[in-house]
Ligand binder design. Structure first.
Ligand SMILES: Cc1cc2nc3c(=O)[nH]c(=O)nc-3n(C[C@H](O)[C@H](O)[C@H](O)COP(=O)(O)O)c2cc1C
Length: 345
């Protein structure tokens, strides 16, 4: 029992040096282009991939599913699955790509995920999750973490959550990210399940008090860096999903506020130039600008010119033969003068 704890503590010291600020795994959103973009705004935020199903890694197009840009580090691969042998095999295959962490999804409530018996419904079978983690740990040379809910359906989170945590920690999990709301496995869409039922941050704080040696990060509904900072008084990490994606400028102050970097005004022109160079490379390799630009449309939400910026990126970038100059045109539409104030809220 203490072995798992000790292993967790060692891994925490190496990699999970609190505080950690993370951008959540989001299917269809946090692909390699999105992560590259976010990395240009924050050097230190931990970036999670979309969930990749173990079976897809074993039988599917590995290179497409797993390759990423070296600049994305630190980057964590999130796996979906419930078969320990398959998850271990997926880790074995994925590891040479150089991920900094492997995370197991125990929180996604979609029907598609449930029919594969993984994601949030695994909250009901802590032994299976523990077997998965143990199998992944045997193969992994990087930390193995779990992202879970506080419970599902009729479960009482006060007992279900600590029971799950104890099992996965004994199995060797190095850290836990907890989405602070229950998942309902029937009757709600995944989208509704991100708003209903209500968030319960307090239970996550109590888990940190109960498992003080373990890295515990909180997720769900965090909108601003001020809110993130308030959570860090209670837990080791904060993970933002939608707010980071839909208003990526929020990431510009992460390095200063959570990682001790000197305060500086965001370098939006530098970001523009780096994204144009990245887009040029992608297009030269046969890709389309839209694949990159679609992640950038929310960047300046709330600033003067943001609407025009969004319009240019969503319409002009979708045209055949669209080039990096579309990015320049979009940035030119924005008045950055109030940007620093807008993102610090
Ligand atoms: C479009 C979208 C896709 C998501 N895909 C995943 C996923 O692949 N794996 C996962 O663990 N959670 C997934 N989530 C849930 C987020 O990781 C996060 O737990 C949730 O959005 C709550 O955080 P937020 O309120 O900061 O957005 C997804 C969320 C969104 C909006």
């Amino acid at each position: 029992m203490t072995t798992a704890k000790t292993a967790a503590t060692e891994a925490n010291q190496r990699y999970f040096k609190a505080p950690v600020f993370a951008v959540a795994p989001m299917i269809d959103w946090t692909d390699t282009h999105c992560r590259y973009f976010h990395r240009q705004i924050s050097r230190n935020a931990v970036l999670y991939t979309e969930m990749v199903v173990a079976d897809a890694i074993i039988h599917g197009p590995r290179q497409r599913l797993l390759s990423f840009n070296g600049e994305e580090h630190p980057v964590a691969l999130q796996l979906g699955g419930s078969d320990p042998a398959k998850l271990a095999e997926a880790v074995r295959i994925a590891q040479p790509y150089g991920y900094d962490e492997i995370n197991l999804n125990v929180g996604c409530p979609s029907d598609r995920v449930q029919s594969g018996t993984f994601g949030a419904c695994l909250m009901l079978t802590p032994d299976t999750v523990a077997d998965c983690v143990a199998a992944m740990k045997k193969v992994a040379t990087v930390p193995v973490t779990v992202k879970c809910r506080i419970g599902v359906d009729e479960q009482d989170p006060e007992t279900a959550l600590p029971a799950l945590m104890a099992r996965v920690l004994d199995a060797g999990a190095d850290a836990l990210w907890i989405h602070a709301r229950k998942a309902w496995l029937k009757g709600l869409s995944p989208k509704e399940n991100r708003e209903i039922p209500p968030l319960d941050y307090e239970i996550v704080y109590r888990m940190k008090a109960r498992f003080p040696d373990v890295f515990i990060g909180i997720n769900g509904g965090v909108q601003t860096l001020n809110e993130a900072e308030a959570h860090l008084a209670h837990v080791d990490g904060v993970m933002l999903g939608r707010a980071a994606y839909q208003n990526a400028a929020i990431l510009a102050e992460v390095d200063h506020r959570f990682y001790g970097a000197p305060a500086s005004d965001p370098d939006w022109n530098g970001l523009r130039d780096r994204m144009m160079a990245y887009a040029a490379g992608h297009i030269a390799a046969g890709g389309r600008l839209q694949r990159i630009a679609r992640h950038m449309v929310g960047l300046f939400t709330g600033l003067p010119g943001a609407r025009r910026y969004r319009q240019i990126l969503s319409t002009d970038a979708a045209k055949p033969n669209a080039g990096p100059d579309v990015i320049a045109a979009a940035f030119a539409a924005v008045d950055f003068s109030g940007a620093a104030q807008a993102v610090s809220a």
